[in-house]
Design a protein around this ligand. Structure first.
Ligand SMILES: [Zn+2]
Length: 187
């Protein structure tokens, strides 16, 4: 079916009342523009382009702002080592902590924590410590249910050398004292 030629209709601008094609010569072409775009978009193709450009600007502005806020503020994923089961591997610090505790003015206990982290059997270590310092030593459970060695008396001055001599796997740099609540390296 061939399209019938449309009869030319004169459209009068809803804003200025002039025939639409004369709007650009009318009193206020700027005011007419929205009406023209709405009603006779083909008459002023440049208006459409203008509108398109404006819209496109808006869109690209929005894109930019979303890409800025969505992009750089995205929190970096922390690198976490996971075990095959998906559990996060929490690496225990290999440290031997020695703390001297005074129960009363005469009685003093030196606790040794962390030897097991170096593959030392605590019951064995307890015996050796007791023998070396000619005192009582025992494996006990600390406040966190972790086993530690309690040695009677203040042996903190000699214990570092004894540990590194007896268990060469324990480096002196991994031995710390707790003094007045502060961790102090023995090395
Ligand atoms: Zn007009």
């Amino acid at each position: 079916m061939a399209e019938k030629p449309q009869p030319v209709r004169v459209l009068y601008c809803g804003e200025c009342g002039l025939p639409a094609e004369y709007c650009e010569f009318g009193p206020d072409f700027e005011k007419c523009k929205p009406w023209l775009i709405q009603n006779v978009p083909d008459l002023y193709p440049d208006l459409l382009k203008e509108a398109d450009v404006k819209d496109a600007d808006k869109v690209s502005d929005q894109l930019q702002s979303t890409s800025i806020s969505g992009g750089s503020s995205k929190p970096k994923q922390e690198e976490v080592k996971r075990l095959p089961g998906g559990k996060i591997k929490k690496k225990e610090k290999q440290e031997v902590i020695i703390e001297k505790m005074t129960r009363n003015k005469r009685k003093c206990i030196t606790t040794v924590k962390g030897l097991e982290l170096f593959g030392v059997k605590l019951s064995d270590a307890s015996k050796k410590l007791g023998k070396k310092f000619a005192t009582g030593a025992s494996v006990t459970k600390g406040p966190t249910e972790k086993e530690q060695i309690d040695v009677q008396g203040d042996i903190s001055y000699d214990i570092v050398e004894f540990i590194t001599d007896t268990w060469p796997d324990v480096p002196e740099a991994a031995i710390f004292f707790i003094e007045d609540g502060k961790k102090v390296p023995a090395a």
